[in-house]
Design a protein around this ligand. Structure first.
Ligand code: SAM
Length: 390
């Protein structure tokens, strides 16, 4: 089976799926241009338009047309515009009134909860991640996106996977319904990932951008230690992935930098770190409207073939940043190329100094994402991934 490789021309938004005539259409997002607008006002308008379209669809039993999908694809949830749910903020009073007519009380509560962590991934980053999953040897199989939002990674999956098992899990029922209309080929589960039950080792790969929060979800099976949400998602994703399978996710920088190594130990029990990459400042501004610093982790589920010590990433030590000290993972300190930097001469391994603004965009795509896709950060190939044998 031939999968999409890095460098394949960007799909134009809204292409029809030629293999599914007369059936529900699969939306094809652009690999370089976000489907969502950037400014707050335009985001809110696009969200309201998507809600209206969803309401239309829910009154019948027809699949979404291409035109309706285009509107649904403008949905970016509420992470970038949390003030819409702040009753004291007059700026959004009109939007709030409109939303009240579109959402039930339950949907309203769920929507207001998305303000914490609904920040969608830029398509250039998601595409680069897929290209790297393929470069690591992934050719076929079932893929899970936990916390899938409107399905950013599902939509950018290599074509042969559309008819295979793509599973998305999304807490917000409105967002999950939008994902289901965009990607009718995927199995979208509208539930908390904490409640997701599927056999251990049943997926071949996990890809996505997990929700970040310092709260622990109740999941006695997969989170007995009470890890923070982003770490819980990673540990659970590993448990659901078959031995030898790959988990490639964006996560909060605190997975790597937290001084308490408990989450990294829990991850290392199940997986070998193939590589980590700190994304540049601003990487999530265009699509998600946030400047949060994130790391890409590439993990291989242990299968007993590992030999030798893996990369040292358990310890996080205080590093002088110029404006004070902050803990930084020794992996980033000792492997300078794993922090995106504009020049190889940058040496300070700090989130601030090592996460510069992205270069100017070229045709909407960030050069670093393309360059990285061609040259993935894979210190050890999967076959020679190292770590203590289990
Ligand atoms: C950082 S966003 C990423 C969305 C999408 N994966 C992407 O990369 O564009 C995290 C998503 O997780 C969802 N989420 C938050 N808590 C969740 C939970 N307990 N179970 C499932 N999804 C959750 C949020 O609503 C949001 O859509």
């Amino acid at each position: 089976m031939v999968l999409v490789q890095a460098g394949v021309p960007a799909a134009d938004a809204g292409r029809l799926d030629p293999d599914r005539p007369g059936q529900a259409l699969t939306w094809h997002p652009s690999r370089s241009q976000p489907s969502v607008p950037s400014g707050p006002r335009a985001r809110v308008e696009a969200n309201i338009a998507a809600l209206r379209t969803l309401a239309e669809l829910q009154t019948g039993d027809q699949p979404a047309t291409q035109a309706q999908q285009k509107v649904l694809a403008g949905w970016s949830s509420w992470g970038a515009v949390p003030k819409v749910f702040d009753d004291t903020d007059p700026t959004w009073a009109g939007a709030r009134t409109e939303l009240r007519t579109l959402l039930t009380e339950q949907q309203w509560s769920a929507a207001s909860r998305t303000t914490i962590n609904a920040h969608y991934t830029d398509p250039t980053i998601a595409s680069a991640m897929w290209a790297n999953l393929v470069a690591l040897g992934f050719t076929d199989g079932q893929v899970l996106e936990p916390g899938c939002g409107s399905g950013t990674f599902l939509g950018l999956a290599p074509t042969p996977l559309w008819s295979r098992g793509l599973i998305g899990v999304e807490l917000d029922p409105t967002t999950a319904a939008i994902a289901a209309h965009l990607y009718p080929n995927a199995d979208i589960r509208a539930e908390s990932f904490a409640d997701t039950r599927m056999p251990e080792g049943s997926v071949d790969a996990v890809i996505g951008n997990v929700p970040f929060a310092g709260v622990a979800l109740h999941d006695p099976v997969h989170n007995p230690a009470g890890l923070a949400m982003h770490n819980h998602f990673i540990v659970k994703s590993l448990a659901l992935t078959r031995p030898g399978g790959t988990v490639m996710v964006l996560t909060s920088r605190y997975t790597m930098d937290a001084q308490n190594p408990a989450a990294r130990r829990a991850i290392t029990e199940q997986a070998v770190l193939l590589g980590a990459l700190r994304l540049p400042n601003g990487a999530h501004q265009r699509t998600a409207g946030t400047n949060v610093v994130t790391d890409l982790l590439i993990l291989r589920r242990r299968d007993g073939t590992e030999t030798g010590p893996g990369p040292d990433w358990e310890i996080s030590t205080p590093v002088e940043l110029g404006t004070g000290t902050a803990p930084v993972n020794t992996y980033f300190v000792s492997t300078p190329s794993t922090c995106w930097a504009p020049s190889a001469t940058t040496t300070a391994a700090t989130p601030a100094a090592r996460s510069p603004s992205p270069p100017p965009t070229t045709g909407g795509a960030w050069p670093w994402a393309g360059a990285w896709a061609r040259s993935p950060p894979t210190p050890s190939p999967p076959g020679s991934a190292t770590g203590p044998a289990t």
